[in-house]
Write a protein of this length. Structure first.
Length: 248
């Protein structure tokens, strides 16, 4: 593990109870940060926070509810005094179906969590970062947002939207020392696989030249650098971690 200095920084990781979010939280803490896990599953988030140890708190948060996000922000500020880093990680895949068989409510649910959620959380936290004259926002997008996976139009579209949100917000905040970047990982073997068909999992693996799925620790390493002061001149950018799948 390369050393990344996040000493004295305070972070929010949405969906931090498991998967990518837990790995990111663990790496942040190992790098010296304190972390607030914002997760809809409070018992699991509390279990994760306890397992990781000092410097981690768990807050029940529905990222689609502006009032709940504002309350989570205020609680985090009471606990930590500041928020330096926001990782918009919470997300779902939705059912694997072609567009014409996808229910409108399933489409809307994926959009609410995967795209509205990062917008709502950024809207709540950016003014805090502007007041501090410092911040780092990392959005967990997906290779699907670049390429569009069949039978996952809602997920692909939500992640493409998150990439565009990253670029717009990065330009808006460039003069405030608040950098906004996205990562586009290939799939990892996490609980999110439980939402997918085996056929879809096999399709994703077949597209990765390295012949395996990304490890959560690999993603956490990239995110930790993007969340650090060492990342000083990259904003509105998309950092690929797809095992060679991406063609741009």
């Amino acid at each position: 593990m390369n050393k990344i200095d996040l000493g004295g920084r305070c972070a929010v990781v949405t969906g931090g109870a498991q998967g990518f979010g837990r790995a990111i939280t663990e790496r942040f803490v190992a790098s010296g940060a304190r972390v607030a896990i914002w997760d809809f599953d409070l018992p699991l988030a509390a279990q994760t926070a306890k397992a990781i140890g000092d410097g981690v708190i768990a807050i029940k948060t529905d990222v689609t509810d502006p009032a709940a996000v504002d309350a989570a922000r205020d609680q985090t500020l009471r606990e930590f005094g500041r928020i330096d880093i926001l990782v918009n990680n919470a997300g779902i895949t939705g059912a694997n179906k072609p567009v014409w068989e996808t229910e409108l409510e399933d489409w809307r649910k994926v959009m609410r969590i995967n795209l509205d959620g990062p917008f709502i959380c950024s809207k709540a936290i950016v003014p805090v970062m502007i007041g501090q004259k410092y911040g780092r926002i990392v959005n967990i997008a997906s290779i699907a947002g670049k390429e569009g996976n069949p039978n996952a139009a809602h997920y692909s579209a939500s992640k493409a939207g998150l990439i565009a949100l990253t670029k717009s917000l990065g330009k808006e905040l460039a003069q405030h020392d608040i950098l906004v970047n996205a990562v586009t990982p290939a799939a990892a073997k996490t609980a999110i696989f439980n939402q997918m068909t085996q056929q879809h999992i096999d399709f994703m693996l077949s597209k990765i030249p390295k012949g395996r799925f990304v490890l959560v620790e690999e993603l956490a390493s990239m995110v930790s650098w993007l969340a650090s002061a060492d990342c000083a001149f990259s904003t509105g950018a998309v950092f690929d971690i797809s095992g060679g799948r991406a063609t741009y």
